[in-house]
Design a protein around this ligand. Structure first.
Ligand SMILES: [Zn+2]
Length: 59
């Protein structure tokens, strides 16, 4: 339903060379180790969406 939001987060919150999240630094000037909580949230939502789609296709 809301895939764009998760994809946008995953596109911005990527791992920097120093292992910190680039998105958190760029958006909030905040240093967060990657994966930050936003990536965790987005990936867990993505996994649920993909699993739901998979089950629906198989059912
Ligand atoms: Zn981040």
């Amino acid at each position: 339903m809301n895939d764009e939001r998760e994809l946008a987060i995953l596109a911005v919150h990527v791992r920097g060379l120093d292992g910190m999240c680039i998105g958190c630094r760029a958006w909030w000037s905040r240093l967060a180790p990657y994966p930050c909580w936003q990536v965790e949230w987005a990936t867990s939502r993505q996994a649920r969406v993909i699993t739901a789609r998979f089950l629906r296709v198989r059912a």
